[in-house]
Design a protein around this ligand. Sequence first.
Ligand code: NAP
Ligand code: ZN
Ligand code: ZN
Length: 351
Amino acid sequence: MTKTIAYATKAYATTGPAIPLAAATIDRRQPTAGDVQIQIQFCGVCHSDLHFARNEWGFTQYPAVPGHEIVGRVTAVGSGVKKFKVGDTVGVGCLVDSCRTCPDCRAGLEQFCPDMVMTYGSMDKHLNAPTFGGYAQSIVVTEEFVLRMPANLNLAAAAPLLCAGITTYSPLKHWKVGPGTKVGIVGLGGLGHMGVKFARAFGAHVVLFTTSLGKVADGQRLGAHEVVFSKDERQMAAHANSFDFILDAVSAQHDINAYLNLLKRDGNLTLVGAPEKPLPVAAFPLIFKRRSFSGSLIGGLPETQEMLDFCGKHNITCDIELIHMDQINTAYERMLKSDVKYRFVIDMATL
Ligand code: NAP
Ligand code: ZN
Ligand code: ZN
């Protein structure tokens, strides 16, 4: 096997759970025959970036470079690349590789592959070094994990589709949300606001649950038919036993049982939020009415491209606040206070 050569690229990294992100230099591999090199133009800021930067999930290795909502321009392609050429506008989400042969990969569900390589926090098979995310000037990704961006969408506002978009689109599709279903979306953050937009676009009756009174009007503007202030028990009780499906996109500790009680018989609550600590689930809300509680992880490559194309066709993008790279630490603090409308996106030209 020939040795893969690395090159240096500018990035923003953290060196410990309590250390602010700062300018750094990282190694990327020189594009191999199957690789696409991308100049990153915009990168969304997912709450997972914050969980990871602060080692809330317990597997972070430092230095760490977050960022998995990546869009940019192709600057080089390897000799074997067929799908992309220099100048194309492309995206990269949470995955940059997988084994390609296991049943999950063959089903286009690469996110469940036992050997999936995450955009950050995994090992680069070529360099045998940690993968680094999109808070950087460039990235090199095997062509199968590069996505085509619809030309009609604002590129900065489309960046968060690569994680917030697919993470909400996929479970709504899997649980067959559409006309005639009543759907709840819990938490109006980056994921939640896309959940509202997709559930509405799929034709469901959409109810948003928020802990922020200041987001009620936005909930309706974004597509919710009803908005529930979830700290008001009376408003919650009014929806008891009525939902076919609830998507929970909350990043922190909260009472999941309060939402299970809102499901109909055989209704499902899917958790996409990934809080640091376990969420206690009581038996009774599940065993009465045969309700189910499940999870969902991003989406595979084919479905991610399908979601991007759907957004292109229906003109769906994210509501974003564009920031400079050096505002990232403040952005994290605001995200912790649920003070984001509704996704920070970094203008990588400011790196
Ligand atoms: P975000 O933008 O910070 O939004 C989270 C929202 O949760 C907040 O805006 C807030 O909405 C609500 N919230 C926050 N703290 C709360 C609390 N203590 N009690 C009740 N509600 C609270 O985060 P995000 O980027 O959308 O990510 C959400 C979660 O999904 C994170 O844990 C992230 O790691 C995870 N995630 C999972 C996947 C996956 O594949 N499963 C993919 C991406 C992200 P309101 O103000 O409306 O209440
Ligand atoms: Zn994410
Ligand atoms: Zn696999």
